[in-house]
Design a protein around this ligand. Sequence first.
Ligand code: TNX
Length: 500
Amino acid sequence: MTLALVPAPVSCSESGGPGFRLQEDTRIVGDVDAAARLTALIAARTGVTPCGGEGLLIDLRIQPGGAPESYRIVADAASIVITGADAAGLFYGVHTLGQLVTAEGGHYVIPAVRIEDEPRFGYRGVMLDVARHFLPVETVMGYIDRAAALKFNALHLHLTDDQGWRIHLDSRPKLTELASASAVGGDAGGFFSKADYRAIVDYAASRHMIVVPEVDLPGHTHAVGLAYPDIVEAPVSSPEVLAIVESHGGAAPTAGEPYTGMAVGFSSLRIHDEATYDFVADVVGELAAMTPGPYVHIGGDEALGTSPEDFALFMQRVTQIVADIGKTPITWHEAGAAPGIDPSTVGQYWGFVVPLYGMDENARRFVRNDAGLILSPADAVYLDMKHADDSPLGLTWANGPTSVERAYSWDPAGVIEGVTDEDILGVEAPLWTETIRTLADIDLMAFPRIAAAAEAAWSPAEGELRSWESFRVRVGGLGPLWSGLGIGFHASDEIPWAAR
Ligand code: TNX
């Protein structure tokens, strides 16, 4: 039998003996946080809440010594022991155990197995765009739970874009006063208070995820102009940019008025004005101060109205600002073209699995800098691409529609020539929200393709389980767990979904 484990573990052997039968008197002992989480997971999957008593034991332990985030599960008919090398490892072991629960006759069992597991990459991210459509704190928390269960450990929040600014900052209060109310399509905007942001950071931390805040600069800044018009250029009107704006329809961007369309590339901060760098220092400084994780993302994508020289100057100064306050800058791969960026800068590659137009050359720059790369190939792991031509939500620009098979069938070390595992910090699956408004929309777009991204980020490159044929069956086996957790996944016909 193929066990429904995603991402695939490093090793898994079934003893063939009888499994462990879950019952109300099952006793979950050991680490208190992990026990509470496992109890809730079993209840969601089976409808039975293990209450303790005289029954068989599930023992949850932390035993330092192994690789960070690693764990081991040993299960047979008499007991289950999960041992994590750290709290994160135990957390991941608990979620793997949740995936092992199988309906057998009138019962639920955990098969007799021995699993050893640890991640391939240390950075395993998901991104939520809360700028095109604002998403409230509860929705973000719901997505944290979904992603953490698939062993993602970073939540990248795209907090600002042309359509709205979504984070309150005391140093620049007009950003949320004057630039947060709008969104794509004229929908309502919104923003996170500092308390909201801290609540998200804490919730993520309790699920072993860091938050990576992004303020997208120097393009994607039309909304900044609603609050601080003196540091933003007039909307760019080059033929290239006008063509993009027209192809998206709707009204052209107008200085001082909210932009509610979906075009990109028409806005820029003023590059040769010191007030711009005062602004960046305020924004990045305040955001860094409330972010315990090591990274601050400063965008750098699609700055189509900024000359290459100006772009280079800007990225050099701004990566320096981030490094000077003790954080590691992350930028989209375009900034690899800027020769003077701070050498600690991490690049995020959003080109295709087979790179076009020198995108790979820009990405390789970060490897030469010794900082590393995050891979987010848009035609594989952009979760906002349509599943099929008739998908009600989503976009298609990245070779879309994107099937589950395409989301799965790539290897992080196979995208950019000369870039190996040692150069790769990890993998991230972004979800842009031009067409997405709710957690139900997110579920429909992200699942099941988010599971393919999780496997690219966590699982070993090779192995018996590392094939599309194996993956589709394993993912299919997760349908009942996802339904139990209230995840409204896209029931793709590429996947043989299990009934219960
Ligand atoms: C590209 S690729 C963007 C976003 C859009 C997204 C939609 C990249 C770094 N930027 O501005 O929201 O496509 O799929």
